[in-house]
Design a protein around this ligand. Structure first.
Ligand code: SAH
Ligand code: SF4
Length: 418
C-alpha cells in the first residue's frame, strides 16, 4: 500500500536478458471514458469506473490488490487487462540533507529511468513547493556532450502511463510525510518533444482536475529545440510552461553543445518559442548550463542578450554537473554571477540556479549511466580528447576576434589538435 522505505542498498541492475515488454496498458494512461468503457464491458455498473479512478488518482494504493473497494474477481479481471503501475521496481537515494531524492525506476522490459524529487520548504513570502523532475524517454537521441543521458544513447520512448506513474510514485512518497506534489518538470531523461504524443497525453493527465489534478502552469516541458514540436504545442495553446535548453547563442558552439542545432538552428528555435509565448501568453524560460571556459564569457552573455533581448524571456543559469565522459567542469561561481549580471544589465530576466542533488548525480541520466556500467577507461579518454578538439574548433568559429580561453590554447597544443 505504502511506498517501500528508502532502499539505498538495492541496486537495480539492468537484467542480462531483458524481459519482454508487458503488453497490458498502464491504467494511468487511460482517460475516464476508456475506463468507463472497460468497466461496462466487464458487466459492471458505471459507479465502478469512479471507484477505479479514485483508486488510481486519489488513493495510496500501489497495486490492484490494495484496491479493497473493488471485489476480488473485478480486481483480477482488471489486472488481466491493465497494469495498475507500470514501474516494477524503484530504488531511491536521498541527498541535500533529505530535501532531494533521486529515484531510479525499472520498467517492465528492464529499462531504467530516473526521476528527482526536490522539496522546497515554505518561506514567509512563498508556499512550500515539491517539484518532480521526470523522464520522457529511456536514453536520448540528441547526444548533448555534457549530458549523461546523451551519452547513453536512445533506448526507447516511454508510454503515457510510464511517464505519469513517476508522478504517482512521487505523490505516494510525499503523502507519507503529509506533503503534496505541486510541480512537474519534464527535465529528466529524454527529449520530450521527440515523444510528443505521449508527453502531451501525460501532461494532460497530470493537469486534468479529474485525474492527477496539478495546475497547468505547474507543468514545464523542456526541449533542446525541436522546432516542429514547439510549433505543434503553440497550436494547442496549453498553459504549460515551455523551457528551451539554450546553452549557446551562436550556431557553431551550439552545434557542438546541442547537436539538434544543426537541424534546427538557434534563431529558428527562438522564433518558434516566441510564437509559443504569443499564442499562450506564457513567458518562455531558457536554460543555460554553464561550462567552464566553453560558453561563459562576456561575449557569450552579449550573444544571449542580442538573441533574446525584447522577447520577455527569462534565463536560468545552471552550473554544469560534472559527468564522467566530458573533459569539462562547471563554471566557477564568480563567472556565473558575472554572466548573469551582464544579462541582467542588458534587460534580460535572469536567475542563477543551484544544482540540487549533485552528490547523487542528479544531472539527468547520471544514475542510469552509472547502473549501465562505466564505459572502459580508454573509450572515455578518447571521447574526452575528441570533445576538447571539437570544442576548440567550435569556439574558434564562434569567437572570431576574441582571445581563446586557456583550455582552448591547451587543446591546440595537445595531441590530435591542430
Ligand atoms: N531533453 C530535454 C529535457 C531533459 S534535459 C532538454 O534538453 O531540454 C533537462 C535539462 O538538464 C536540460 O536543460 C539539460 O541541458 C540539463 N542538463 C543535462 N546535463 C546536465 C549537466 N551535466 N549539468 C547540468 N544540467 C544538465
Ligand atoms: Fe537529450 Fe536533453 Fe540530455 Fe540533450 S540535455 S542529450 S536533449 S536529455
Amino acid at each position: 500500500m505504502t511506498e517501500p522505505a528508502l532502499l539505498p542498498d538495492v541496486r537495480l541492475r539492468p537484467a542480462a536478458t531483458p524481459p519482454p515488454r508487458d503488453p497490458r496498458p498502464g491504467v494511468s494512461g487511460l482517460g475516464g471514458a476508456d475506463v468507463a468503457r472497460l468497466v461496462a464491458e466487464l458487466g459492471e455498473p458505471p459507479f465502478r469506473g469512479h471507484q477505479v479512478a479514485d483508486a488510481v488518482w486519489r488513493s495510496g494504493a500501489a497495486a490492484w490488490d490494495d484496491v479493497t473497494t473493488l471485489a476480488r474477481p473485478l480486481r483480477a479481471a482488471l489486472a488481466e487487462r491493465l497494469r495498475f503501475d507500470t514501474i516494477v521496481g524503484t530504488t531511491s537515494r536521498p541527498a541535500d540533507g533529505g530535501t532531494t531524492e533521486k529515484a531510479l525506476h525499472r520498467l517492465s522490459d528492464g529499462r531504467l529511468v530516473e526521476s528527482v524529487l526536490m522539496r522546497y520548504p515554505g518561506r514567509a513570502d512563498r508556499r512550500e513547493r515539491n517539484t518532480l523532475c521526470l523522464s520522457s524517454q529511456a536514453g536520448c537521441a540528441v547526444g548533448c556532450p555534457f549530458c549523461a543521458t546523451g551519452e547513453l544513447g536512445f533506448e526507447r520512448d516511454l508510454e503515457v502511463a510510464e511517464i505519469v506513474d513517476q508522478a504517482r510514485h512521487a505523490r505516494r512518497r510525499l503523502a507519507g510525510d503529509g506533503r503534496h506534489l505541486t510541480n512537474v518538470v519534464f527535465m529528466g531523461m529524454g527529449e520530450p518533444l521527440l515523444n510528443l504524443d505521449a508527453v502531451i497525453a501525460a501532461a494532460a493527465a497530470l493537469t486534468d482536475p479529474e485525474r492527477f489534478g496539478l495546475g497547468a502552469r505547474h507543468v514545464t516541458l523542456s526541449t533542446s529545440g525541436v522546432v516542429p514540436g514547439i510549433e505543434r504545442l503553440a497550436r494547442l495553446r496549453p498553459q504549460w510552461t515551455l523551457a528551451i535548453s539554450l546553452h549557446a547563442a551562436r550556431d557553431p558552439l551550439r552545434d557542438l553543445l546541442v547537436p539538434l542545432n544543426r537541424r534546427w538552428p538557434v534563431a529558428d528555435v527562438v522564433a518558434a518559442a516566441g510564437a509559443y509565448a504569443r499564442a499562450t501568453g506564457r513567458r518562455v524560460s531558457y536554460e543555460y548550463v554553464m561550462i567552464d571556459g566553453i560558453n561563459d564569457t562576456p561575449a557569450d552573455a552579449d550573444a544571449v542578450a542580442r538573441l533574446l533581448g525584447g522577447s520577455g524571456a527569462h534565463v536560468n543559469c545552471i552550473p554544469m554537473n560534472p559527468v564522467a565522459h566530458t573533459p569539462w567542469q562547471a563554471s566557477p561561481p564568480g563567472r556565473v554571477a558575472a554572466f548573469a549580471e551582464r544579462l541582467g544589465a542588458a534587460g534580460i530576466g535572469v536567475t542563477v540556479r543551484r544544482n540540487r542533488g549533485q552528490e547523487v548525480g542528479a544531472a539527468c541520466g547520471q544514475l542510469a549511466a552509472e547502473q549501465a556500467g562505466e564505459p572502459p577507461a580508454p573509450s572515455v579518454a578518447r571521447r574526452r580528447e575528441r570533445l576538447v578538439v571539437e570544442s576548440a574548433a567550435a569556439l574558434q568559429a564562434a569567437r572570431s576576434g576574441e582571445a581563446p580561453p586557456p583550455d582552448v590554447r591547451r587543446a591546440r597544443r595537445g595531441p590530435g589538435s591542430r
